[in-house]
Design a protein around this ligand. Structure first.
Ligand SMILES: NC(=O)c1ccc[n+]([C@@H]2O[C@H](COP(=O)([O-])OP(=O)(O)OC[C@H]3O[C@@H](n4cnc5c(N)ncnc54)[C@H](O)[C@@H]3O)[C@@H](O)[C@H]2O)c1
Length: 452
């Protein structure tokens, strides 16, 4: 225990260390649910909060609404005396530690929408008491924890706030989630966890909490360093994906296979990290988070040219793929208008059922716009639902020889690993592959295979 700790902080620290401190996790989605599980596994009592009654009901019924995590995760929580889930935010006062894992989308004009954080802050403020530690995990622009969330909590606390000082009575920290849903090599408990407090005591307390469920905790000097590090990680990905997508367009025009080029470059043991091209960016993080910094940078009179250029290239990818599809159909003397296209893979990446910001939606809409008749197949996404931009109201078709043969073109947008691609190889009249899923069938397919 460091000298920065007063009696309130040291009492909370020893309760965390003895696993007596209760953790409230707000937002039981892709981030909050596995986090609740990891901390529970480490011995801490958990009280989960969500505004979505369906999620709370699913937990009570032992059903996992996030398929990639499996039912066992849910049943182990449901059957434990140390776990409860509720929609009753009046119970936030029971929690000694509150971890906020709510969405941070972009608004209509690509501006950060931190309204979910602010709503949550208001609920926390209402039951705020001395000895609580609030940790923000939602990805956001630097200074949100200090300048937006904590002041909103104190405002909502009203009269009570007069007796409560941040860093003395209540504590605050930011710890970014680095979840990569579907990745088998890492889980919430094995991905190193950055922790930055508003002050030293907050960093120490938050680090102690995460040590219960995460193997490696990396304390950093401030909340702002943790907030900015998360953005840097995602911007790094967005920029490198854009770079390789730009390479793809140039190399395609030169008749050079970009996938082989990336693999060849990837043999260099230092100074290079392979990124692969695709039909565009998807998911809750990479297409969105960089623009949180773009918005904040303007307040300081700066522009973020790398981020904007990467955004421009990545958002042009679905158009490029659809142009290549039209060309490929043309090669078979078929116009796009009236052609039947099957988009394979609706999720934004392989082996998960998450369709948020998926470029597949863009591909479907662009093909339809050019007059094609479009269906989709995704073994993990039986039907579409309304998203931020798209509401296609479609259901997945089947996947068999006759179905595949009935389309003029199979457009692979996402390559789930458990799919049998030989069905496409044997039966497709034409396949446009944006994920290099058909490499093994290259010889068999000949001119019926086009990469884009
Ligand atoms: N999904 C990822 O892979 C990932 C990775 C790293 C960081 N993040 C970040 O983590 C945050 C959460 O993302 P997610 O993917 O878990 O989102 P999600 O949509 O899966 O989960 C968010 C949950 O919060 C609930 N919710 C919404 N408003 C609420 C409120 N006011 N009070 C309580 N609950 C509320 C929703 O019902 C939902 O269950 C975002 O900031 C995201 O950028 C996500």
């Amino acid at each position: 225990m460091s000298a920065s700790m007063n009696d309130v902080a040291s009492s909370l620290l020893s309760r965390i260390e003895r696993c007596e401190a209760k953790v409230g996790v707000i937002g039981l989605g892709y981030v909050g649910l596995p986090l609740a599980h990891a901390l529970h596994h480490g011995g801490l009592p958990i009280l989960g909060f969500d505004i979505d009654q369906n999620k709370i009901d699913a937990i009570r019924e032992g059903r996992n609404y996030l398929q990639h995590l499996g039912d066992e995760l849910i049943t182990s929580l449901r059957d434990s005396k140390r776990f409860e889930a509720t929609t009753d935010f009046g119970r936030l006062g029971e929690a000694d530690i509150i971890i906020v894992c709510v969405p941070t989308p972009l608004g209509k004009h690509w501006e950060p929408d931190i309204s979910y954080i602010l709503q949550t802050a208001e609920a926390i403020g209402k039951t705020l008491r001395a000895g609580q530690l609030i940790i923000l995990e939602s990805t956001t622009y630097p200074r949100t924890t200090r300048d937006d969330m904590m002041p909103a909590i104190m405002t909502a606390a009203g009269e009570k706030a007069k007796a409560l000082q941040i860093g003395r009575d209540v504590f605050g920290a930011f710890s970014p989630e680095r979840e990569d849903p579907g990745r088998k090599s890492h889980s919430t408990s094995t991905i190193p966890k950055l922790v930055g407090g508003l002050d030293d005591a907050s960093t120490e307390l938050a680090s102690a909490v995460y040590r219960k469920g995460v193997t490696t905790v990396v304390p950093v000097a401030t909340a702002e360093i943790a907030e900015s590090a998360k953005l840097l990680e995602n911007i790094f990905r967005a920029v490198n994906i854009a770079l390789v997508n730009e390479m793809k367009v140039v190399l395609d025009a030169m008749g050079i296979d970009v996938w082989q080029v990336v693999r060849a470059a990837g043999t260099k043991p230092f100074g290079f990290m392979p990124f692969f091209p695709g039909p565009g960016l998807g998911g809750h993080c990479i297409p969105i988070d960089p623009f949180y910094l773009t918005w904040k940078a303007r307040e300081y009179g700066h522009s973020t040219r790398f981020i904007e250029l990467a955004g421009e290239i990545n958002t042009s990818m679905p158009h490029y793929v659809v142009d290549r599809t039209a060309e490929a159909l043309n090669g078979q003397a078929k116009p796009m208008k009236g052609s039947r296209i099957l988009v394979v893979g609706l999720a934004y990446k392989a082996d998960i059922d998450d369709v948020r910001e998926s470029p597949s939606f863009e591909l479907i809409e662009l093909c339809k716009h050019r007059g094609a008749v479009v269906d989709y197949f995704d073994p993990l996404v039986p039907a579409t639902w309304a998203g931020r931009k798209h509401d296609l109201k479609m259901t997945s078709v089947g996947y068999d020889a006759a179905t595949v043969a009935s389309y003029d073109c199979i457009l692979i947008s996402t390559a789930h690993s458990k799919m049998d691609y030989s069905v496409i190889a044997k039966n497709a009249k034409l396949c446009v592959d944006t994920r290099d899923a058909m490499r093994a069938y290259e010889a068999q397919m000949g001119a019926r295979l086009v990469r884009a």
